[in-house]
Design a protein around this ligand. Structure first.
Ligand SMILES: [Zn+2]
Length: 309
């Protein structure tokens, strides 16, 4: 699992991206130590239960760098990857809250953000019901320093969806006024999605606006799944039998049995969770909607270089 893969940018000194040079080194490392799984062998495994040996590459969030750097690098090497795109930026022309938080954390010290955030938050904004669960389960394996972790937890898990957007607006206005230019070219474009699809990449759904699916009603989850697939298929023309999905945030707390059954019903062949182990026969045959996946930072060359904030 990869997210941002790009070169260092001095305007975002704290940004948590994998450096493109390290990505190249990691691909070499995978090639030498594991090899890569053939695309058809991977798709066939859901029928046959035969697990091909090697690495499958996935990239979340439909980021511009996935076209600019990743797609180009994979094409050069004759490799393929699965790109999970959240569709709100295309459908509504607006930014996903999770990414606005990344911009803030990439540019401003997390301690400053946290302190300002705490001055904005009042009790009625907080969802107390799942506090213990989320404390235990959220972000166990990311390389966050404490303030980054606190900011992400507060915004992604504790502030209810009724208040979240408004709180992020206030943070953006406070720390990065005139932010519009920062968000230009943040996401891969519809034309680039088409081109990547035609170039052999798999394009999957990552919902409409990247919610924690377990916090949504069945109706809202269905909307997230169907609308995102419909939009992506209007670009790629992909047959709905080849649908694939990836849970925003990831981990077993981020979705439910309901989510899995909607996905199966909507013709989704397989979905990725975040659970650090290899894919096994039982996964592809009996639980394809919760495939395990490693973070790139668990392998050589996969660590973020950025400065601590
Ligand atoms: Zn994501």
């Amino acid at each position: 699992m990869y997210h941002y893969v790009r070169p260092y940018n001095s305007e975002f000194p704290y940004f948590k991206n994998l450096n493109i040079e390290d990505f190249r080194k990691q691909l070499d490392y995978f090639e030498q130590n594991y090899g890569f799984v053939d695309k058809q062998d991977f798709i066939k495994s859901f029928e046959t239960g035969e697990i091909p040996k090697g690495v499958v590459l996935t990239f979340d969030d439909g980021l511009k760098c996935h076209y600019d750097y990743v797609y180009r690098e994979l094409s050069k090497r004759g490799l393929w990857g699965i790109f999970y795109v959240a569709t709100q930026p295309f459908i509504e022309g607006t930014f996903i809250d999770v990414h606005r938080v990344h911009v803030l954390l990439g540019r401003i010290s997390a301690k400053e953000i946290y302190e300002h955030l705490m001055s904005l938050v009042i009790d009625e904004m907080i969802d107390k019901s799942r506090e213990d669960e989320f404390n235990a389960l959220s972000y166990p394996n990311q390389q966050n320093n404490n303030y980054t972790l606190l900011v992400k937890r507060m915004i992604n898990y504790f502030i209810t969806y009724d208040f979240r957007e408004q709180v992020i607006n206030l943070l953006i206005e406070h720390f990065v006024p005139g932010v519009k230019t920062i968000f230009d070219n943040y996401y891969v474009s519809p034309e680039e999605i088409k081109e990547m699809n035609e170039g052999g990449m798999i394009i999957g759904s990552h919902t409409v606006n990247h919610p924690l699916m377990s916090r949504l009603s069945k109706e809202d989850q269905t909307h997230q799944i169907i609308n995102s697939f419909n939009y992506l298929e209007s670009l790629t023309g992909v047959n709905s039998n080849d649908r694939t999905f990836c849970y925003p945030h990831g981990g077993f707390h981020s979705f439910s049995d309901t989510t899995e059954s909607i996905l199966t019903q909507e013709g989704c062949l397989y979905s990725f969770n975040v659970e650090q182990r290899d894919i096994e026969k039982n996964d592809v045959l009996n639980r394809p909607q919760a495939l395990p996946r490693y973070d790139c930072n668990q392998f050589e060359h996969g660590q973020v270089r950025s400065v601590e904030n």
